[in-house]
Design a protein around this ligand. Structure first.
Ligand SMILES: [Fe+2]
Ligand SMILES: [Fe+2]
Length: 485
């Protein structure tokens, strides 16, 4: 490995790391005590039925952007979940809020301890939650390539949990340890001890949901990590910066997964001479997912993910910002005073039955701004999906629904709205919601397509093959050597 001392990864300890765990026996011991509970969680809540299979995975071994990962066959429980932080910049400053211009903090500022711990725990809770949500999917994988990608995402979410747990043990003493234990105790969808955020308690029943989840919900994760990467608390910033390297692949899995389903549908329609994308029954007999159903899936996952941004106007968000703990997307590239004491920001609200723009103090509208940046980012991917449909010559466009559609949190939680943003009565909503969100029948149809396809190089009929293999492997590469158990 060609790295400076700071970036060197120590593989001699049970827990690979570049934070010199060996010099910090207290934290090393705490993490070694946490480890068995983690493995126990992974064995009971991780990918079901594939724990003894050899999976061609990438493992982070370095923080050098040019060569941070190596690929090899690994049994998932033996994956080396390491603690890797982006390199420290001695000159880094707090770049926003009341402490702007101070040297970035290497220790937790006492006055912000509780707020900071909450931010770390909320982020940490999402990581194991998605693994739990996706644990049944291996069995219906449409190819070994896709199965491998699922498991890659899963082990990396596991590593992200490690990253947050490291911060809790290192910087928050006893209550940090309790929170780290709590992260292994909550369960996605559990009535008594659910995960902390709504979208992470929803089911991921099929592969289309998985792809939509990695496109929409992992992208919320990206935005949260981007704003935590701005933190004046330097260890959090460094942790999140490295997590973002891995997160990019998760969104790739989502975007290309949906894109390949679209491609296959268009191809099958053309081969059968079907021009009307709404000729749903005929299209479904071809064994592919009709485009209007893909739109419904997108509507669902987009709206659930918007809820993760919290209320548009939020004093918590203002406090996080003002304290220098959580910034805006691309904070240091924004041309303003980074204090926001007198600035305003346009917020969408429902007024007299219509969506209107109301200027709010920019400081309390931080969540709204991050959500706007998120929507823009989503739109880029949706436009790329539409190009696939265009190229096939089919007259259909996927769109993002209105931010007022199907919301449970924020300004629009108490109103029903169509995907176009028109307010609806309870009756209208009940009568029409199956036009916009996946219905029971849609779910049953998609489920009927979820048949495993595990011959190397083969793909289930509803999805096309990828353009290139992982790590440039040939088309018939055996990404998972399935162990018969
Ligand atoms: Fe993650
Ligand atoms: Fe992720």
């Amino acid at each position: 490995m060609t790295e400076n001392a700071q970036g060197a990864v120590d593989y001699s300890t049970k827990i690979p790391n570049n934070v010199r765990l060996n010099d910090d026996q207290r934290v090393l011991k705490a993490l070694e005590q946490w480890h068995p509970g983690y493995i126990d969680w992974w064995m009971t809540m991780g990918p079901e039925g594939f724990q003894t299979s050899d999976v061609y995975l990438r493992t982070a071994i370095s923080i050098d952007p040019k060569g941070w990962a190596k690929f090899d066959y690994v049994k998932m429980p033996e994956y080396r979940w390491g603690i890797l932080l982006a390199p420290q910049d001695e000159n880094r400053l707090v770049n926003f809020g009341a402490h702007k211009g101070e040297k970035a903090w290497q220790e937790v500022p006492g006055e912000y301890r509780a707020m900071l711990r909450r931010l770390v725990v909320i982020q940490g809770d999402t990581e194991p939650a998605s693994v739990e949500q996706q644990r049944h999917l291996g069995k219906t994988a449409p190819s070994l390539y896709d199965m491998r990608n699922l498991f890659q995402v899963n082990v990396e979410e596991g590593r992200h949990l490690w990253a947050m747990v490291y911060l809790l043990h290192k910087y928050f003493g006893r209550d940090g340890r309790e929170e780290a234990d709590g992260l292994l105790q909550r369960r996605s969808g559990d009535e008594d001890k659910p995960r902390m955020l709504g979208a992470f308690n929803e089911a991921t029943p099929d592969w289309l949901s998985f792809f939509m989840f990695t496109f929409f919900t992992d992208r919320d994760g990206k935005m949260q990590l981007e704003s935590l990467a701005q933190s004046g608390f330097d260890p959090l910033s460094r942790t999140c910066r490295f997590m973002l390297t891995e997160e990019a692949h998760h969104m790739f899995v989502g975007e290309t997964g949906v894109g390949r389903a679209i491609e296959r549908t268009c191809e099958a329609m053309k081969a059968a001479g079907i021009e009307d994308p709404y000729d749903i029954n005929r299209i479904r007999t071809l064994g592919v997912v009709d485009l209007p159903t893909l739109q419904k899936k997108a509507n669902l996952h987009f709206s659930l993910s918007l809820d993760l941004f919290g209320s548009e106007v939020s004093t918590n968000a203002a406090n996080f910002y003002n304290s220098g703990l959580k910034g805006r997307f691309n904070e240091t590239r924004i041309d303003d005073d980074h204090l926001l004491t007198s600035a305003t920001y346009p917020v969408l609200k429902f007024v007299d039955g219509a969506i209107r723009i109301i200027d709010e103090p920019a400081l309390t509208a931080i969540n709204m701004r991050l959500r706007d940046d998120y929507v823009k980012d989503c739109q880029g991917g949706v436009s790329r999906w539409n190009r696939i449909i265009d190229k096939a010559g089919i007259k259909f466009q996927l769109t993002l629904p209105s931010v007022a559609f199907n919301r449970a949190i924020g300004e629009f939680r108490n109103v029903h709205a169509s995907p176009e943003g028109q307010q609806l009565s309870d009756g209208e909503w009940a009568a029409r919601k199956d036009e916009w969100l996946p219905s029971k029948d849609d779910g049953a149809f998609i489920e009927s397509l979820m048949k495993p396809c595990w011959d190397p190089g083969k793909y289930a009929g509803w999805i096309s093959s990828p353009k290139v293999g992982i790590d440039n492997k040939p088309g018939d590469f055996e990404y998972v050597k399935i162990a018969v158990s």
